[in-house]
Structure formats: structure tokens, C-alpha cells
Design a protein around this ligand. Structure first.
Ligand code: F3S
Length: 474
């Protein structure tokens, strides 16, 4: 989820987050912004855009345009560009914190406005059918997200695609899959990273509010990651010394911690990554980890990502820095992860797998791996319940394609849920549960503890933590 700056929206007379973009994040106070809005525009508008700016298509759309133009000007944009593919929004939680957005979105609906294409949104905060926290906690989460129905209805009226709640919106089962070069304006950091890096689409790291404004307008300001120059790499990341394919979540965390908001160009990985059955899953998880331990909106990987395949090392800035990643460096970072449980030897209560949401291939991989480990151990049920997070359409296709495996998973107690593990873990009472995860993002945003895949399987099968100190690169 995004790191947010707050901007007083002069146009709507409301407060909302504006941006999580790179380098130029000033703390913007109300007064200077208002002054700026009265200054002559440096962002060049087409005649059609000028007409909207003057209110010729209604006062509400005029406010949307004013907001987007001000946002662009603050970041040095020179023009607006038309958006392609479809929007993706990060806000799916529905606590009182969403009330300022609800107020604005109600005005959009009242004006009859809709997004330029049917949009997708992050996963919802509860799925009591498949991840039931128990009666007492259920009441807490329902009370916390009490604007759930209001938000759903507003989204529907503003043009949301039916049942499209997932951060992995780009998988074919959901279909919000931009093409290389498409301009988009997304706000979920993991989806942004995947769209920019693996798909070669172009989006800045927008925040909640700006995502909706640009989606209504169908235009976004042209700066930073939308430009050729803004997509050049600041770092050469050399992984050629690694003795084996690293866990994507760990490699992503190591890179994110080093480069922070910069753009890495990764070498020494292409043979290993391109040999995988699920390159999408690997790049999705690696990118999400760079975006959660750092604020990386785009990575290039030599021989893998489209711009690196097309342009090679000419993507590197002339003054780029070098970071060499060894097995020892992976281990060093892994060992530095704090344990936030009250007792580091506590008995694990749940295992969360899939943040960002799993792909179809990942559901199958985890299902087969856990089931075969249980059968090898002669178990007839899991000892610590695992939850595989995925969109309903992915879960349905999985069930359709692999009915026997799905039936065995259900029999052993392996659940598939459309929830968001971070939202689950950031709800009062649920946040105290002893949870193990394969996700760096879940680790960063909650008290859950990160384990490598073999250790997670051990925990699921035995209900016990591994005896020896966890190893990042065994
Ligand atoms: Fe997705 Fe929730 Fe993780 S939105 S990336 S499952 S924090």
C-alpha cells in the first residue's frame, strides 16, 4: 500500500493524498498550493483540455481537471497524456479513513462521471468464508470497515469492473493487462511495479485520490516514469555471483533496501529466470518486495523485462552506481529481519502465502508442494493452517483445471482466500496472531515473520518452527 503525502485539494475543498512519486516529494502546505494554483500554468493544455479547465463540461469535471493539472505542475509535468488499458485503484479498505474520499466520489457520481474504462481495485479486507478470524474478531473487522457497502456502491457507479478486487489485476483471469508503452495511472505499489517492469507499461506511483481523478479524466500528467528519461536506471545490480536462483522476495528486499526510490538494472539473472515455468510470478514477487522495502516503481532485468530486452544497458544512466549481490549479502539482509512476535519461539497460528495475490501457476505450485509434503509425512491434515491468497476467478480456474488437487487441498485444510493478508494483519486483535509468511510486503507492513518456502512447508506440516536458524540461501 502506498506511502502517502497529504495535499489540501483546493479544487474540492477537501483533503486527500496526492502522490508517492520519486525524488520530488515536497510537504505541500495548503497556502503555497493555493498560490500555485493562481499562477500561470506551465503545463500545456490542448484546446479540449482548456475547455474542461474553464468549466465548459461542468463544474465537477473542471475540479477534476484542476486537481490533475495542479498535481502535474507540482511535479514538473509539461503536458497531459491520454490513458490506455484500464485504471487500477489501491483503496479497498473502508474504515472512517475513507470518508474524505467518499465525499469526493459522491460528487463525481452526482455529476454522472465515470472512469474512462472499467477499473479494478485492490482486494477487500475480509473474506470470512475462507479466512474466518472467529466471532469476536469478525465483529471488530466488520465494525472497522463499516463503509464497505458504500464504497462498493460508489465504485460500481463510477465504473468498476464486476468482481475485480485483486492487486494482481493483470492476470488473464481478471484481464487488466496493459501493453508495452501504454500510459496508465495506477496506485497499488506492487501492481505499478509489475506494470512498469514486466509489462513495460508506464505509470507513476500515484496515490489514492489521484488515481480516481486521472481515471475520471482519462489523462495523466507526463513526468518521471511516463517519460523515456525517467525510466533510465540509476543502479547496475550484479547478481552473477549468486550460486542459485534467489527467492524473489528476498532479492527484491535486498535491492529495495539499497536503491530505495531509484531504478535498478539487474544483470546475471536472465538464464535462471527465463528457465522458470512462472516468470510472471517471480517478477511480480520480486517487484513487490522492491516496492515494499524500498519505493521502487520500475526495475529492468537484462534479457527478461521488455525495455531491457529492447535497449539493453543503454538504459543505464552514465553516472549509475554498482551494487554486487552475493549469497552472503542475501544472508546478511535476511538475518537482519526483526522478529516482532512477543516470543520468538511462539507457536505459529497461520501461514499466509500470496501478497501480492497468487497467480494460477503459484496456486498449483503451492498446492502440490504442501500436499506432497503432508502425504510424505503420513499426515491427514495440516498442523498450521495455510491460506493461499488469490482472486476468485483464479481460484475458480484452478479448481476447474485441477479438481483432484483442489479436493485434496480442501481435505487437508489448505484454504484459498480473496482477502488481503496485510489488511487482515493490520486489523486490531487479528494483528496479534502469530503468522508466518512468504511475502516481504506482509512482513514489512505487519508483525508477521518471513520464512523461506521450505521452512513454511515444514511449519504447515508439523505446526512447529524449524529447529535450526532459518537460512536464506541453503
Ligand atoms: Fe496485494 Fe494486499 Fe499484498 S493489496 S500486494 S495482497 S498488501
Amino acid at each position: 500500500m502506498p506511502h502517502l503525502l497529504l495535499l489540501a485539494s483546493y479544487a474540492f475543498g477537501n483533503f486527500y493524498p496526492i502522490n508517492q512519486n520519486r525524488r520530488s516529494n515536497p510537504i505541500i502546505k495548503r497556502h503555497p498550493l493555493m498560490e500555485k494554483m493562481h499562477m500561470a500554468l506551465t503545463l500545456e493544455l490542448t484546446p479540449e483540455e482548456q475547455a474542461i479547465m474553464k468549466g465548459e463540461q461542468g463544474e465537477t469535471l473542471q475540479k477534476v481537471m484542476q486537481t490533475v493539472v495542479t498535481f502535474g505542475e507540482l511535479f514538473g509535468a509539461t503536458k497531459l497524456v491520454d490513458l490506455q488499458a484500464a485504471p487500477h485503484l489501491a483503496m479497498s479498505w473502508s474504515s472512517d479513513a475513507v470518508l474524505p474520499f467518499i465525499e469526493i466520489y459522491e460528487k463525481l457520481v452526482a455529476a454522472g462521471l465515470k472512469t474512462y474504462a472499467p477499473f479494478t481495485s485492490n482486494p477487500k479486507p475480509m473474506d470470512h468464508n475462507n479466512l474466518d478470524p472467529g466471532e469476536e474478531k469478525r465483529v471488530v473487522v466488520q465494525e472497522l470497515h463499516k463503509h464497505h457497502h458504500t464504497l462498493g456502491e460508489l465504485y460500481s457507479n463510477l465504473g468498476m469492473k464486476e468482481n475485480a478486487w485483486s492487486c494482481a489485476c493483470f492476470v488473464p483471469q481478471i484481464g487488466n493487462t496493459p501493453q508495452q508503452g501504454d500510459f496508465i495511472s495506477w496506485s497499488e505499489s506492487s501492481a505499478i511495479n509489475f506494470a512498469n517492469s514486466y509489462l513495460g507499461a508506464r505509470t507513476n506511483r500515484n496515490s489514492v485520490g489521484i488515481d480516481m481523478m486521472t481515471a475520471i479524466l482519462g489523462k495523466a500528467p507526463y513526468f518521471d516514469l511516463l517519460t523515456d528519461e525517467g525510466r533510465k536506471a540509476d543502479w547496475l545490480i550484479d547478481c552473477s555471483a549468486l550460486t542459485k536462483l534467489p527467492h524473489p522476495e528476498l532479492l527484491g528486499a535486498v535491492i529495495g533496501l539499497k536503491v530505495m526510490e531509484d531504478i535498478p538494472y539487474i544483470i546475471g539473472m536472465d538464464d535462471r529466470v527465463n528457465a522458470l515455468d512462472d516468470v510472471v510470478g517471480y517478477c511480480k514477487d520480486l517487484g513487490a518486495a522492491t516496492a515494499s522495502n524500498g519505493a521502487v516503481g520500475l526495475f529492468h532485468m537484462e534479457g527478461v523485462t521488455p525495455e531491457a530486452r529492447d535497449q539493453g544497458r543503454s538504459l543505464l544512466k552514465s553516472d549509475h552506481q554498482l551494487y554486487v549481490i552475493s549469497d552472503a549479502e542475501l544472508q546478511r539482509v535476511f538475518n537482519s529481519y526483526p522478529v516482532l512476535w512477543p516470543d520468538e519461539n511462539a507457536k505459529p497460528e497461520r501461514v499466509f502465502i500470496g501478497c501480492p495475490h497468487n497467480t494460477l501457476a503459484q496456486l498449483r505450485w503451492w498446492g502440490e508442494r504442501i500436499v506432497s509434503a503432508l502425504e510424505a509425512a503420513g499426515k491427514d491434515a495440516v498442523s498450521c493452517p495455510p491460506y493461499l491468497f488469490a482472486h476468485d476467478n483464479v481460484a475458480s480456474e484452478f479448481k476447474e483445471n485441477h479438481p483432484e488437487l483442489k479436493a485434496r487441498m480442501a481435505k487437508y485444510g489448505i484454504s484459498v482466500t480473496n482477502n488481503c493478508p496485510v489488511m487482515y494483519m493490520t486489523t486490531p486483535k487479528q494483528s496479534d496472531e502469530i503468522v508466518c509468511t512468504n511475502s516481504n510486503k506482509t512482513r514489512v507492513y505487519s508483525k508477521s515473520r518471513f520464512y523461506m518456502d521450505d521452512d513454511l512447508v515444514h511449519i504447515i506440516v508439523t505446526g512447529q518452527l524449524p529447529d535450526q536458524a532459518p537460512k536464506a540461501h541453503p
